[in-house]
Design a protein around this ligand. Structure first.
Ligand code: CA
Ligand code: CA
Ligand code: CA
Ligand code: CA
Length: 326
Protein backbone atom coordinates (compact mmCIF):
# COMPACT_ATOMS: atom_id res chain seq x y z
CA UNK A 1 0.00 0.00 0.00
CA UNK A 2 2.85 2.35 0.91
CA UNK A 3 4.47 1.78 -2.39
CA UNK A 4 1.25 2.28 -4.35
CA UNK A 5 0.62 5.63 -2.68
CA UNK A 6 4.13 6.73 -3.61
CA UNK A 7 3.55 5.88 -7.26
CA UNK A 8 0.22 7.69 -7.19
CA UNK A 9 1.77 10.88 -5.81
CA UNK A 10 4.49 10.73 -8.43
CA UNK A 11 1.84 10.51 -11.14
CA UNK A 12 0.11 13.62 -9.85
CA UNK A 13 3.36 15.54 -9.90
CA UNK A 14 3.98 14.46 -13.49
CA UNK A 15 0.49 15.50 -14.55
CA UNK A 16 0.88 18.91 -12.92
CA UNK A 17 4.07 19.47 -14.88
CA UNK A 18 2.29 18.64 -18.13
CA UNK A 19 -0.51 21.23 -17.69
CA UNK A 20 -0.27 23.82 -20.45
CA UNK A 21 -1.42 27.40 -20.61
CA UNK A 22 -4.79 27.75 -22.35
CA UNK A 23 -4.78 28.31 -26.10
CA UNK A 24 -5.61 31.82 -27.27
CA UNK A 25 -8.15 31.79 -30.11
CA UNK A 26 -6.75 34.63 -32.23
CA UNK A 27 -8.89 33.96 -35.30
CA UNK A 28 -11.92 31.84 -36.07
CA UNK A 29 -14.71 31.87 -38.60
CA UNK A 30 -17.41 29.75 -40.16
CA UNK A 31 -15.65 28.50 -43.28
CA UNK A 32 -18.49 26.86 -45.18
CA UNK A 33 -21.36 27.27 -45.78
CA UNK A 34 -22.41 30.78 -44.76
CA UNK A 35 -26.06 30.21 -45.66
CA UNK A 36 -28.24 27.09 -45.55
CA UNK A 37 -31.57 26.75 -47.36
CA UNK A 38 -33.11 23.30 -47.19
CA UNK A 39 -35.88 21.37 -45.54
CA UNK A 40 -36.23 21.42 -41.77
CA UNK A 41 -34.58 18.35 -40.28
CA UNK A 42 -31.80 18.15 -42.90
CA UNK A 43 -28.30 17.32 -41.59
CA UNK A 44 -25.70 19.85 -42.72
CA UNK A 45 -21.93 19.64 -42.19
CA UNK A 46 -20.62 23.08 -41.24
CA UNK A 47 -16.85 23.73 -41.31
CA UNK A 48 -14.90 26.30 -39.32
CA UNK A 49 -11.26 27.44 -39.25
CA UNK A 50 -9.25 28.79 -36.39
CA UNK A 51 -5.76 30.01 -35.60
CA UNK A 52 -4.10 29.67 -32.22
CA UNK A 53 -0.35 30.26 -31.95
CA UNK A 54 1.48 27.20 -30.67
CA UNK A 55 -1.55 24.98 -31.24
CA UNK A 56 -2.87 25.11 -34.81
CA UNK A 57 0.49 25.94 -36.43
CA UNK A 58 2.32 22.82 -35.27
CA UNK A 59 1.83 21.01 -38.59
CA UNK A 60 0.22 21.82 -41.93
CA UNK A 61 -2.86 19.75 -41.12
CA UNK A 62 -5.31 19.91 -38.21
CA UNK A 63 -3.61 19.46 -34.83
CA UNK A 64 -6.21 18.18 -32.33
CA UNK A 65 -5.67 19.26 -28.73
CA UNK A 66 -7.97 18.63 -25.77
CA UNK A 67 -7.77 22.29 -24.78
CA UNK A 68 -9.35 23.34 -28.08
CA UNK A 69 -13.07 22.65 -28.24
CA UNK A 70 -15.36 23.82 -31.05
CA UNK A 71 -19.12 23.74 -31.60
CA UNK A 72 -21.67 24.89 -34.15
CA UNK A 73 -24.84 26.49 -32.83
CA UNK A 74 -27.87 28.54 -33.74
CA UNK A 75 -30.24 30.95 -32.09
CA UNK A 76 -32.96 33.53 -32.75
CA UNK A 77 -32.20 36.07 -35.48
CA UNK A 78 -30.31 39.01 -33.99
CA UNK A 79 -29.68 37.51 -30.55
CA UNK A 80 -26.12 37.47 -29.18
CA UNK A 81 -24.56 34.01 -29.65
CA UNK A 82 -23.60 33.94 -25.97
CA UNK A 83 -27.34 33.58 -25.25
CA UNK A 84 -27.90 30.69 -27.68
CA UNK A 85 -28.67 27.34 -26.11
CA UNK A 86 -28.39 24.98 -29.08
CA UNK A 87 -24.77 23.87 -29.63
CA UNK A 88 -23.33 20.72 -31.20
CA UNK A 89 -19.71 19.76 -30.54
CA UNK A 90 -17.37 19.82 -33.53
CA UNK A 91 -14.63 17.35 -34.39
CA UNK A 92 -11.22 18.08 -35.93
CA UNK A 93 -11.34 17.72 -39.72
CA UNK A 94 -8.37 15.42 -40.22
CA UNK A 95 -8.78 15.66 -44.00
CA UNK A 96 -7.85 19.37 -43.91
CA UNK A 97 -4.60 20.09 -45.75
CA UNK A 98 -2.93 21.80 -48.72
CA UNK A 99 -5.58 20.46 -51.12
CA UNK A 100 -8.41 22.10 -49.14
CA UNK A 101 -10.11 25.15 -50.71
CA UNK A 102 -8.60 28.39 -49.39
CA UNK A 103 -5.96 26.44 -47.46
CA UNK A 104 -4.12 28.40 -44.78
CA UNK A 105 -1.12 26.48 -43.43
CA UNK A 106 -1.34 27.85 -39.88
CA UNK A 107 -5.08 27.29 -39.46
CA UNK A 108 -6.88 24.15 -38.33
CA UNK A 109 -10.32 23.07 -39.50
CA UNK A 110 -13.24 21.58 -37.56
CA UNK A 111 -16.58 20.17 -38.68
CA UNK A 112 -19.94 19.70 -36.99
CA UNK A 113 -23.51 18.80 -37.88
CA UNK A 114 -26.25 21.41 -37.88
CA UNK A 115 -29.82 20.15 -38.24
CA UNK A 116 -31.95 22.68 -40.14
CA UNK A 117 -34.40 24.03 -37.55
CA UNK A 118 -38.13 24.65 -38.03
CA UNK A 119 -37.76 28.39 -38.46
CA UNK A 120 -35.06 30.83 -39.68
CA UNK A 121 -32.07 31.16 -37.33
CA UNK A 122 -28.64 32.69 -37.22
CA UNK A 123 -25.83 30.20 -36.83
CA UNK A 124 -22.17 30.41 -35.92
CA UNK A 125 -19.24 28.57 -34.38
CA UNK A 126 -17.62 28.97 -31.03
CA UNK A 127 -14.16 27.86 -29.96
CA UNK A 128 -12.66 27.44 -26.55
CA UNK A 129 -8.93 27.37 -25.82
CA UNK A 130 -9.39 26.17 -22.24
CA UNK A 131 -11.29 22.95 -22.73
CA UNK A 132 -14.75 24.53 -22.89
CA UNK A 133 -14.69 27.00 -19.97
CA UNK A 134 -14.66 30.22 -22.02
CA UNK A 135 -15.64 30.80 -25.64
CA UNK A 136 -14.79 32.93 -28.65
CA UNK A 137 -17.69 33.37 -31.09
CA UNK A 138 -16.95 33.06 -34.80
CA UNK A 139 -19.15 34.53 -37.53
CA UNK A 140 -19.16 33.81 -41.26
CA UNK A 141 -17.39 36.77 -42.88
CA UNK A 142 -13.78 36.57 -44.11
CA UNK A 143 -12.47 38.33 -41.01
CA UNK A 144 -14.41 36.03 -38.71
CA UNK A 145 -14.18 37.12 -35.08
CA UNK A 146 -11.35 39.59 -35.76
CA UNK A 147 -13.68 42.37 -36.94
CA UNK A 148 -16.40 41.49 -34.46
CA UNK A 149 -19.34 39.12 -34.52
CA UNK A 150 -21.19 40.95 -37.29
CA UNK A 151 -22.15 38.42 -39.99
CA UNK A 152 -23.49 35.15 -38.61
CA UNK A 153 -24.66 32.43 -40.96
CA UNK A 154 -28.34 32.27 -41.86
CA UNK A 155 -30.26 29.01 -42.00
CA UNK A 156 -33.71 29.15 -43.59
CA UNK A 157 -35.91 26.08 -43.73
CA UNK A 158 -37.52 25.67 -47.13
CA UNK A 159 -40.07 23.20 -45.85
CA UNK A 160 -41.47 22.88 -42.38
CA UNK A 161 -44.64 21.85 -40.56
CA UNK A 162 -47.78 23.68 -41.61
CA UNK A 163 -51.51 23.58 -41.06
CA UNK A 164 -52.85 21.49 -43.93
CA UNK A 165 -56.51 21.46 -42.91
CA UNK A 166 -58.80 23.54 -40.74
CA UNK A 167 -62.22 22.19 -39.79
CA UNK A 168 -64.83 24.52 -38.30
CA UNK A 169 -68.10 22.73 -38.70
CA UNK A 170 -71.31 22.52 -36.77
CA UNK A 171 -71.43 21.60 -33.09
CA UNK A 172 -67.98 20.48 -31.84
CA UNK A 173 -66.77 19.36 -35.25
CA UNK A 174 -63.55 21.32 -35.05
CA UNK A 175 -60.05 20.15 -35.85
CA UNK A 176 -56.64 21.20 -37.12
CA UNK A 177 -54.47 18.98 -39.29
CA UNK A 178 -50.69 19.47 -39.35
CA UNK A 179 -48.57 18.13 -42.19
CA UNK A 180 -44.88 17.22 -42.23
CA UNK A 181 -43.44 17.94 -45.71
CA UNK A 182 -39.85 17.21 -44.67
CA UNK A 183 -37.78 14.10 -45.36
CA UNK A 184 -37.67 12.97 -41.75
CA UNK A 185 -40.07 12.36 -38.87
CA UNK A 186 -40.67 15.26 -36.50
CA UNK A 187 -41.11 14.67 -32.77
CA UNK A 188 -43.77 17.22 -31.80
CA UNK A 189 -42.98 16.94 -28.10
CA UNK A 190 -39.23 17.29 -28.50
CA UNK A 191 -39.77 20.29 -30.78
CA UNK A 192 -42.19 21.88 -28.26
CA UNK A 193 -44.93 22.21 -30.88
CA UNK A 194 -48.26 23.75 -29.91
CA UNK A 195 -51.54 24.79 -31.49
CA UNK A 196 -52.49 28.17 -30.07
CA UNK A 197 -55.97 29.73 -30.21
CA UNK A 198 -56.43 33.50 -29.94
CA UNK A 199 -60.11 34.08 -29.17
CA UNK A 200 -62.18 36.97 -30.55
CA UNK A 201 -59.27 39.18 -31.62
CA UNK A 202 -57.17 38.62 -28.53
CA UNK A 203 -53.45 39.34 -28.94
CA UNK A 204 -52.55 36.91 -26.18
CA UNK A 205 -53.01 33.17 -26.21
CA UNK A 206 -56.47 32.03 -25.11
CA UNK A 207 -56.03 28.28 -25.47
CA UNK A 208 -52.98 26.02 -25.83
CA UNK A 209 -52.74 22.50 -27.18
CA UNK A 210 -49.38 20.90 -26.38
CA UNK A 211 -48.85 18.50 -29.25
CA UNK A 212 -47.66 14.98 -28.55
CA UNK A 213 -46.36 12.14 -30.66
CA UNK A 214 -44.45 12.46 -33.87
CA UNK A 215 -45.32 13.00 -37.52
CA UNK A 216 -43.68 10.75 -40.09
CA UNK A 217 -42.27 12.26 -43.25
CA UNK A 218 -45.28 13.08 -45.41
CA UNK A 219 -47.62 12.30 -42.54
CA UNK A 220 -50.22 14.31 -40.65
CA UNK A 221 -51.29 14.88 -37.08
CA UNK A 222 -54.89 15.85 -36.35
CA UNK A 223 -56.00 17.48 -33.13
CA UNK A 224 -59.76 17.71 -32.64
CA UNK A 225 -62.13 19.12 -30.05
CA UNK A 226 -62.47 17.05 -26.90
CA UNK A 227 -66.07 18.23 -26.44
CA UNK A 228 -69.07 16.13 -27.36
CA UNK A 229 -71.05 15.63 -29.46
CA UNK A 230 -68.52 15.33 -32.25
CA UNK A 231 -69.02 13.53 -35.54
CA UNK A 232 -67.47 10.04 -35.60
CA UNK A 233 -65.67 10.90 -38.83
CA UNK A 234 -63.83 13.73 -37.07
CA UNK A 235 -62.98 11.88 -33.87
CA UNK A 236 -61.88 8.77 -35.76
CA UNK A 237 -59.41 10.79 -37.79
CA UNK A 238 -57.82 12.57 -34.83
CA UNK A 239 -54.68 11.53 -32.98
CA UNK A 240 -55.22 14.03 -30.19
CA UNK A 241 -58.13 15.83 -28.54
CA UNK A 242 -58.17 19.12 -26.65
CA UNK A 243 -60.73 21.47 -25.15
CA UNK A 244 -58.78 24.41 -26.59
CA UNK A 245 -59.89 23.41 -30.10
CA UNK A 246 -63.01 25.56 -29.66
CA UNK A 247 -62.60 28.24 -32.34
CA UNK A 248 -65.76 29.32 -34.16
CA UNK A 249 -64.61 31.45 -37.09
CA UNK A 250 -63.39 34.71 -35.58
CA UNK A 251 -60.52 33.15 -33.59
CA UNK A 252 -56.97 33.02 -34.92
CA UNK A 253 -55.28 29.60 -34.83
CA UNK A 254 -51.49 29.32 -34.89
CA UNK A 255 -48.97 26.49 -35.08
CA UNK A 256 -45.83 27.15 -33.09
CA UNK A 257 -42.75 25.01 -32.41
CA UNK A 258 -40.44 26.35 -29.73
CA UNK A 259 -40.26 30.11 -30.16
CA UNK A 260 -41.15 30.00 -33.86
CA UNK A 261 -44.66 30.58 -35.20
CA UNK A 262 -44.87 28.37 -38.28
CA UNK A 263 -48.38 29.02 -39.57
CA UNK A 264 -51.47 31.08 -38.77
CA UNK A 265 -55.12 30.82 -39.79
CA UNK A 266 -56.80 34.20 -39.42
CA UNK A 267 -55.11 37.20 -37.83
CA UNK A 268 -53.82 37.31 -34.28
CA UNK A 269 -55.12 40.44 -32.54
CA UNK A 270 -57.93 41.07 -35.04
CA UNK A 271 -61.60 40.22 -34.62
CA UNK A 272 -63.37 40.04 -37.99
CA UNK A 273 -66.78 39.77 -36.30
CA UNK A 274 -67.95 36.40 -37.55
CA UNK A 275 -65.32 35.02 -39.89
CA UNK A 276 -62.39 35.74 -42.16
CA UNK A 277 -63.14 35.36 -45.84
CA UNK A 278 -66.52 34.69 -47.39
CA UNK A 279 -68.66 31.82 -48.57
CA UNK A 280 -67.03 28.43 -48.83
CA UNK A 281 -63.55 29.72 -48.05
CA UNK A 282 -64.43 31.55 -44.85
CA UNK A 283 -63.22 30.42 -41.43
CA UNK A 284 -66.72 29.74 -40.07
CA UNK A 285 -68.73 26.63 -40.90
CA UNK A 286 -66.24 25.37 -43.48
CA UNK A 287 -63.45 22.92 -43.93
CA UNK A 288 -60.40 24.56 -45.46
CA UNK A 289 -57.67 22.46 -46.92
CA UNK A 290 -54.29 23.49 -48.26
CA UNK A 291 -54.17 23.43 -52.05
CA UNK A 292 -52.26 20.56 -53.58
CA UNK A 293 -48.64 21.25 -54.43
CA UNK A 294 -48.01 23.59 -51.52
CA UNK A 295 -45.15 22.49 -49.34
CA UNK A 296 -44.54 25.54 -47.19
CA UNK A 297 -46.35 28.05 -45.06
CA UNK A 298 -45.43 31.65 -44.47
CA UNK A 299 -45.83 32.61 -40.84
CA UNK A 300 -46.26 36.28 -41.68
CA UNK A 301 -49.64 37.56 -40.57
CA UNK A 302 -52.07 37.73 -43.48
CA UNK A 303 -53.52 41.10 -44.44
CA UNK A 304 -57.15 42.00 -43.66
CA UNK A 305 -58.07 41.76 -47.33
CA UNK A 306 -56.65 38.28 -47.58
CA UNK A 307 -57.06 36.81 -44.16
CA UNK A 308 -56.54 33.16 -44.97
CA UNK A 309 -53.29 31.55 -45.79
CA UNK A 310 -52.76 31.81 -49.50
CA UNK A 311 -53.43 28.41 -50.91
CA UNK A 312 -56.20 27.49 -48.49
CA UNK A 313 -59.24 26.34 -50.39
CA UNK A 314 -62.62 24.98 -49.47
CA UNK A 315 -62.83 21.26 -49.20
CA UNK A 316 -66.42 20.47 -49.94
CA UNK A 317 -67.04 17.79 -47.37
CA UNK A 318 -70.57 17.52 -46.08
CA UNK A 319 -71.81 17.24 -42.53
CA UNK A 320 -68.66 17.26 -40.42
CA UNK A 321 -66.74 20.16 -41.76
CA UNK A 322 -69.12 22.30 -43.70
CA UNK A 323 -72.56 23.40 -42.72
CA UNK A 324 -72.71 25.26 -46.02
CA UNK A 325 -72.50 22.30 -48.31
CA UNK A 326 -72.57 23.39 -51.93
CA1 CA B 1 -2.24 22.78 -38.09
CA1 CA C 1 -16.90 39.23 -38.44
CA1 CA D 1 -64.87 33.12 -31.28
CA1 CA E 1 -69.28 26.47 -36.69
Amino acid sequence: MQRERGLHDGGQRLRRQRVRAPATITFCRVQFPSTIDNAAGTSNTVYARLYSAGFTDLTGVTDPNPLIVGAVGYGPIGDAPSTWTNWTVATPNLAYGPASPGYAANDDEYEATLITPRGPRHYAYRFSGDGGQTWTYCDADNQGNTDGFDEPGLVTPTATLFISEYVEGSSNNKAVEIYNPTASAIDLGAESCQVLVYTNGSSSVSGTVTLTGSIASGGTHIVASSQTPIAPAVSAAAQQFAAAVNFNGNDAVALRCGATTLDVIGQIGNNPGTEWGTGLTSTADNTLRRKCGLTTATPTAPTPSHPLRSGMASRRTPSTGSARTP
